[in-house]
Design a protein. Structure first.
Length: 95
């Protein structure tokens, strides 16, 4: 179970880059996408779980969860705001 997301930061696009581990709430986390607000607050949507039968991840019987996290700065601390945000759509088998 992950408790960090790895990120890289630099003061310049040309580097040097430093890898850091961002502490996040525990869970199976993958594919984070972030939005940085004008005040520096960061909102992240992240794939948080997938219970999949053998075969394609796109199988409609898979359980797919997405959660929203927020932090006052990209480096954290991260707070879990919502989990399984698309549950009603998956329950209706809408993909």
């Amino acid at each position: 179970m992950n408790t960090t997301i790895r990120a890289r930061s630099s003061k310049s696009p040309s580097g040097p880059w430093q890898e850091i581990a961002l502490p996040v709430p525990p869970g199976d986390l993958a594919n984070p996408s972030t939005y940085v607000h004008e005040n520096g607050t960061v909102t992240m949507i992240v794939h948080t779980c997938a219970v999949e039968p053998p075969g394609s991840w796109l199988n409609p019987t898979s359980i797919k969860c997405f959660s929203i996290l927020r932090a006052p700065h990209w480096s954290g601390p991260w707070q879990l705001l919502h989990t399984n945000i698309f549950a009603k759509y998956y329950a209706a088998n809408i993909t």
